[in-house]
Each structure stands twice: as C-alpha cells, then as structure tokens.
Unconditional design. Structure first.
Length: 150
C-alpha cells in the first residue's frame, strides 16, 4: 500500500457522520444527561471538526497533494488543541480514552506537517500509525459512552 493510500485509509476512520447520543432510561440518568450535555454543548463541534480534518487529509492524500496534506494536518493540530481545551467527558473511563486519542492525534498532526513539508515518508508513516492508534482510542471512548447511554 502506498504511503498516501495508507494516510487515506487512516483518515477515513473518522469519515462517518457524527450523531447526537440518545439516552435509554435504563442507565444512570445523571451520567446520561452529563454525556448528552457534553456532546450538545460543544463536544459535537469538536468531533465534527476532527472528522472534517480527516476527510480533508484523505482528499489531499488521494490527490497526492503534499501541500494540501500539510495544510490539513495543520488544521487538525488546531482542532485537536481546541478539543483538548474543551471540557472533559464526565465519565473517567471515556475521558481517559478521549484524552489518549487526542494526544495521539496531536502527535500525528505534528508528524504529518513535518513529513509533508519535508516529503519524509518515514514521518508520514509514523503519523499514519499515530492516527490509527488515536482512532482506536476514540473507539474505546465511543464504546464507553454507548455503554453508559444504554
């Protein structure tokens, strides 16, 4: 698989639509409300920004456009910073995975910017690995939130 194809595959992990969580009354009502509030009061915007960034990276990588990859990864870094500054998820387990995903996405963004700027395949591959690992952590956070909302 080519380097840019690998970046496309990694970036596509967040390509699905972001939907608002819905609570089932069988769980902890206060935690469900807190999760819903986190999402509707800004968490959705953070997730959508990341999703848009990964879509832009995938589009630029597909076009073999390194300057656009660099620009998209710069935007990813900005959006990761905003997500890190946003309120933590109210559940400790979900927050731990969310924070881990953002840390990995930050590393990925920095390595992607440097890799694209220098046309350095090793840095771009490292960035891809970090994006993949970040998406795995995001999946853990999502699974935990879904567990709470059941």
């Amino acid at each position: 698989m080519s380097l840019l194809a690998t970046l496309v595959a990694s970036a596509s992990l967040l390509a699905g639509p972001v939907a608002a969580p819905s609570a089932d009354p069988s769980g902890d009502g206060q935690m469900q409300q807190a999760i819903s509030d986190w999402f509707t009061k800004g968490g959705d915007k953070r997730l959508t920004a990341l999703q848009n960034d990964f879509e832009a990276i995938a589009k630029a990588a597909t076009a073999t456009d390194l300057p656009a990859v660099e620009a998209s990864c710069t935007t990813l870094k900005t959006d990761v910073d905003a997500a890190q500054a946003y309120a933590p998820l109210p559940d400790a387990r979900a927050q731990k995975a969310w924070a881990a995903s953002l840390d990995l996405y930050e590393k990925a963004a920095l390595d992607c910017v440097a890799g694209a700027d220098q046309a350095d395949a090793q840095l771009l591959l490292k960035s891809n690995d970090e994006m993949t690992q970040g998406s795995q952590e995001l999946s853990k956070a999502t699974a935990r939130v879904q567990e709470i909302l059941r």
